[in-house]
Design a protein around this ligand. Structure first.
Ligand code: AG3
Length: 277
């Protein structure tokens, strides 16, 4: 018998693919919003794929989930109410709940099936969704932020790429609604793609956020399975500046990527990235 090898490729750009060997297709579905797959990969363990784009893997999920969570949560001095827009796998909720002062973390996800598949097949990532401080609300994030005012200390936008269901999460009107949805000293972070491949997007988002929030900052991290590996996050804040945090006061929590020494260093940008914004 011939051993058959199965490979998954994400077409990251029209001219570049990211390929890894699959030992098993765990689950596939066509949801109301997108194509969903959970794959068992040799290199990265289980992988969540939405519309052909890698969202997270067991091996490198900590990089993304820690960076998008702990930078805003250690910038706000007392984050009690936190919302995640998107993030149906639950990885951001798990990180948020490592902060004892958080009273409630809301997951605002449009696609129920992402949550269900993650609960079933990615328990290491989704484990905190049943915590009593977590509340899952299945609705459109844009609708949710525009209907709730003055409600959160921190909002984290853990979206897919700016295509399909997530397009509206990269628009000016959404950032205005996020501003209104935050308390008077609130702040937010959004994942904003690769500085190698998405320069126009990063620039547009940065300037849109800057026209609404008094403090706007871009920071970077390394996420091996995302296009180019180098990934950007845009932070908008009404009052607290991540660069002014007293890092000696940051509590040690259980993390593999984030640490207090990195908190400000993440905002030091390579020259080609400085030139984008
Ligand atoms: N959300 C951002 C994924 C973007 C990856 N893009 C890509 N592979 N083309 C991740 C969700 C994890 N909670």
């Amino acid at each position: 018998m011939v051993e058959m090898e199965l490979w998954f490729t994400e077409q990251q750009t029209p001219d570049l693919g990211f390929t890894c060997k699959i030992t098993k297709t765990i689950y596939t579905a066509k949801t109301q919003y997108q194509d969903l797959a959970i794959l068992e990969t040799k290199q990265f363990g289980r992988m969540l794929v939405l519309d052909g784009a890698v969202q997270t893997t067991i091996a490198d999920e900590f990089c993304y989930h820690e960076l998008i969570s702990h930078v805003p949560l250690f910038t706000h001095p007392n984050p009690k109410k936190v919302a995640v827009i998107g993030g149906g796998d639950g990885g951001v909720i798990r990180e948020i709940l490592k902060h004892d002062e958080v009273e409630k973390a809301y997951l605002i996800e449009i696609d129920r099936e992402v949550i269900e598949a993650s609960k079933k097949y990615l328990p290491e990532i989704s484990c905190a969704l049943d915590d009593e401080r977590a509340e899952v609300i299945i609705t459109d994030g844009i609708k949710f932020v525009s209907e709730n005012k003055n409600m959160f200390d921190v909002i984290i936008v853990d979206s897919t790429d700016p295509v399909g269901p997530a397009v509206g999460l990269f628009q000016d009107s959404f950032y205005k609604a996020v501003f209104e949805c935050l308390k008077e000293d609130g702040l937010f972070v959004a994942q904003t793609e690769s500085p190698f491949y998405d320069q126009d997007l990063i620039k547009n988002v940065f300037h849109a956020v800057k026209s609404i929030f008094p403090i706007t900052r871009l920071y970077l991290g390394f996420i091996p399975t995302y296009p180019s590996g180098l990934w950007s996050f845009t932070l908008g804040s009404k009052k607290y500046d991540p660069l002014e945090v007293d890092i000696s006061k940051i509590k040690r929590i259980d993390t593999k990527y984030y640490n207090p020494e990195l908190h400000k260093a993440l905002f030091a940008l390579p020259t080609f990235v400085q030139e984008i914004i």
